[in-house]
Design a protein around this ligand. Structure first.
Ligand SMILES: Cc1ncc(COP(=O)(O)O)c(C=O)c1O
Length: 370
């Protein structure tokens, strides 16, 4: 068996596949000398909206801004509450705080890692304005239940689709269920740019207009401002690259799913490992393949010594991060989230990874438990 190191993530196979197309696209943008809000951004916005069957897509600077602007589009006011998963990447919470609202965390389901929909209703108060589901690690949340709750309580839904481009709930793409939805094109995402990028999708013309203006200094037209906006625009180079990658997204997600099924098969009944559960209504696109074990730290060191990279998503939950001290969260407040933070381990997985590489990772994991 090969002794070549297996990194946690390699973009090389994807980037080799599209190298010539990307070079040509970059050259075209260069030759056109139009670098901000030009024809590549418009074309990408149309293609991404069409894919999601939403009327509008607005390309923005990154996922955090996409989420923040989505929330602001829902007319968030100070004192409003937003229901968020306790177990998520910090950026989800930051967006709520930056929009001026208060985070109301809800524990995850242990099996899928996504927000536990059975616990959302108890968190709703008269101040609740938005439910913010995060399709974590590439798996859709239970959008049927979330939609029902939102309709019943007259709340907005803002999806955080940063980790789940191409994933579906009941055959409908994530990023198209909410009132207004945000995604990130950070380079490691399933649809990643070669730098920062993000987008907002919505079928509301008013909300789309708000985001379109807000991302560009709040300008309604040249030199006429209507909001205290920001500068957060997807740039032409990134849009041109994303248009190429978008054509491969489905095939790359299929590869992720095949690799995940190899892991699921080969890591069955190994040590105390808890494998990720894919909900039968969800088309999981495995942005990350996350296992759980009480021996997480030792396992990750053991694998590293054998040249196998792993990562932890995420070792410190948002409620235990310093900026959230002001909300008086304490260790023990969200025990399931904390348990996941202490036991989760992400194994290598990327489009173009080989079955032999998965086999070597699994062999390493099995040897550790022997
Ligand atoms: C769940 C989630 N939300 C939001 C973000 C923020 O995206 P960005 O890094 O583009 O700001 C990320 C990205 O890391 C993420 O994983």
């Amino acid at each position: 068996m090969s002794k070549e190191p297996i990194p946690f993530l390699s973009l090389e196979p994807q980037h080799t596949q599209i190298k010539t197309a990307v070079q040509q696209a970059v050259q075209q943008v260069y030759d056109r000398s139009s670098f901000v809000l030009g024809e590549e951004v418009s074309a990408f916005e149309k293609e991404y909206a069409t894919l999601h069957d939403t009327t509008f897509c607005i390309g923005v600077g990154n996922g955090l801004d996409a989420l923040t602007m989505s929330l602001l589009a829902c007319n968030i006011q100070t004192g409003d509450e937003v229901i968020v998963p306790a177990h998520t990447y910090l950026a989800t919470w930051l967006a709520v705080s930056r929009a001026g609202a208060t985070v109301i965390p809800v524990e995850p389901e242990e099996s899928t890692f996504n927000i536990d929909v059975s616990k959302i209703e108890a968190a709703i108060t008269p101040r609740t304005k938005v439910i913010l589901p995060v399709h974590l690690y590439g798996q859709a949340c239970n959008m049927t239940a979330i939609l029902e709750l939102a309709e019943h309580h007259k709340l907005f839904i803002v999806e955080d689709n940063a980790q789940a481009q191409g994933s579906r709930w009941l055959k409908t793409l994530t990023g198209s269920w909410g009132t207004v939805n945000a995604t990130s094109f950070y380079p490691t995402k399933n649809l990643g740019a070669l730098g920062d990028g993000g987008a907002v999708t919505t079928s509301s013309e008013d909300l789309a207009t708000f985001v379109k203006q807000y991302r560009n200094y709040g300008l309604a037209e040249k030199n006429i401002a209507v909001y205290l906006g920001i500068n957060s625009r997807l740039d032409e180079m990134q849009a041109a690259i994303l248009r190429i990658k978008l054509r491969h997204l489905e095939a790359w997600n299929e590869q992720r799913r095949e690799l995940a099924s190899l892991y699921l098969e080969q890591l069955k009944d190994v040590g105390d490992i808890v494998l990720p559960l894919s909900d039968k209504e969800a088309y999981h696109v495995y942005h990350l393949f996350v296992i759980r074990t009480a021996f997480r730290d030792k396992l990750s060191i053991y694998l590293a010594e054998r040249g196998i990279g792993t990562m932890i998503h995420y070792p410190v939950p948002p409620h235990l991060q310093k900026p959230y001290k002001a909300l008086n969260f304490r260790k023990g407040d969200f025990p399931l989230t904390e348990k996941i933070a202490e036991t989760c381990l992400s194994l290598p997985l990327w489009p173009g990874m080989t079955a032999q590489q998965v086999e070597r990772v699994c062999k390493g994991v099995r040897e550790f438990f022997q």
